[in-house]
Design a protein around this ligand. Sequence first.
Ligand code: IMP
Ligand code: MG
Length: 199
Amino acid sequence: MAKQASRRKPQPKGKGPESVRILISRTRIQRRITEMAREIRRDFPGEPLHLVGVLKGAVFFLTDLGKQISGDVSFDFIAVSSYGAGTHSSGQVRLTRDLDSSIEGKTVIVVEDILDTGMTLQYLLRVFEQRKPKQLRVAVLLDKPERRIAAVHADYVGFKIPNEFVVGYGLDYAERYRNMPDVGVLSLGVGGDKAKQSG
Ligand code: IMP
Ligand code: MG
């Protein structure tokens, strides 16, 4: 992608290990999550809320958000695999683990790590709408609006970010970096572009 390449620092040829530059610190993440939790509770006062986390990327976001929402909150998880090789979506979404319990009649908040092309959420929202929840909302920690293909909307967005590949706080590159407490931009060393991305 010419646009993306021009914004990045050129990597020295034949050198350059992978590196991560912090984009959103753990402190900012936690502060924003506290605000989002208040917003959500303000929108649904007194309502039992059912958080549905999309594995694996949303796991830290869901646990931190869930702790900050007051009142009656329950959780469930779903897993999808959406990507082929590389850091770009193939647009093919497949359900790999379904929810444990029915969402019929519940106020559901889908909790996702990042809204990128929107293909994953579009697929999930279609699946969930068929199951007749009372209300269905979407909370994402990160939003990359430049990359959107599917017309999906998130009701709660933590941070809008530029079109860069990010890792940390649940987000991975080939299953690595999920445990980083901050979100950072990944620069790949020379020759290391095509790893499988999941969850
Ligand atoms: P979408 O279907 O293109 O919106 O992609 C959503 C999924 O792709 C997210 O749940 C992530 O698992 C993954 N993803 C998208 N962008 C990134 C990124 O910058 N870093 C890590 N994972 C990403
Ligand atoms: Mg994900």
